[in-house]
Design a protein around this ligand. Sequence first.
Ligand code: ADP
Ligand code: GN1
Ligand code: MG
Length: 362
Amino acid sequence: MDNSKIQLLLNAFSMDVKVDEWKPFGHGHINDTFLIKTHGDSVADLILQRKNHTIFKNIPGMMNNIALVTNHIRKKLMALGEKDIDRKVMTYIADSSNSYYVQDADGNYWTLCVFIRGSYGIEEVTGTAQAFGAGSAFGHFQFQLADLPGDRLIETIPNFHNGKFRLQQFNDAVAANAAGRVNEMKPEIERLLVLADEMTTLQEWLNSGEIPLRITHNDTKINNVLFDDSNNILCIIDLDTVMPGSALFDFGDAIRTLGNTAAEDEPDFSKVNFNREYYKAFAKGYFSESRRFLTQKEIDNLAFSCRYMVWEQTIRFLADYLNGDVYYKISYPEHNKIRTLSQMRYLAILDRNIEFMKEALK
Ligand code: ADP
Ligand code: GN1
Ligand code: MG
């Protein structure tokens, strides 16, 4: 990436702005994100992103989803007389042919959106107020999208949180042993497979309709919530995976990161623990919005969803390690192995806390 490439891409979006500086931004494992600081306070800073089209195979469809979702939320905010709309929903920029992505000479897909003024992303929660805020924000996001017909959205990654599909991919990775790492990980593979029957019941409930499909975010890590400098919630971002899914995916994935006292890839496993206060605060915030629409079966399985999402994420990390690190960006050769072991430690701790987690929801 260099200055001329940035300028070329901005021109493609018909953005005639003077760039003061630009830098890689965020901690994503899939896309490449750049913050572009523009000259002068009157011109918004921008977020330029190269979307990973090996993983998101239909970028036009994905950007169409994002346009539908952001327009839907924007209309709702307008109807409610919201004053600060541009900080409560993302604004994507279209090119001259009204498309929300441009393709460069190498075939890469780029998107551009407005950097939300005065916003901060966080990598870890530092208080129960933040946890409550995040819970209410994700609950509110699901509520805002409850009346957007799901069939208008494509599945940007088919079967993204389908436990049966993820299990199949995991078994395929074990069978292929592409990186020759199966022997080294045998005990972990066995321990994860013991849980397979229990974990895949969520997908059975979705198949049978016992748990409803809703429009969900599907990547509810805490760094996908933007706060202002007084810790108020501004906006949910990272809409690449917004598509039909289960409310349980969003609840569980949020607790996967926010309930963990350590990062998902913490190599010192003694630092991995479960923060009961953050769990309770998140659940309270989430319920404040979602009790309007959740069914009893969903409520009964919120605690289970946390274990499910950690298990699913663990088999995804381990499958990638076995496949030779072809999916997630890694910072060192054993990164996916450490992610796996760290998540397994967290899963074991969640198992010990399951009764507390269920009780707290009552
Ligand atoms: P990834 O898919 O790689 O996680 P994100 O879309 O989450 O990428 O963006 C990476 C980071 O960039 C976010 O965690 C957030 O800090 C920041 N960011 C993204 N979009 C915006 C925005 N519109 N306004 C402010 N910050 C943003
Ligand atoms: C990926 O790149 P990022 O941080 O937005 C992944 C999520 C995982 C997460 C693990 C499309 O998200 O599903 O939970 O890494 N996104 C995709 O940190 O696979
Ligand atoms: Mg993100």
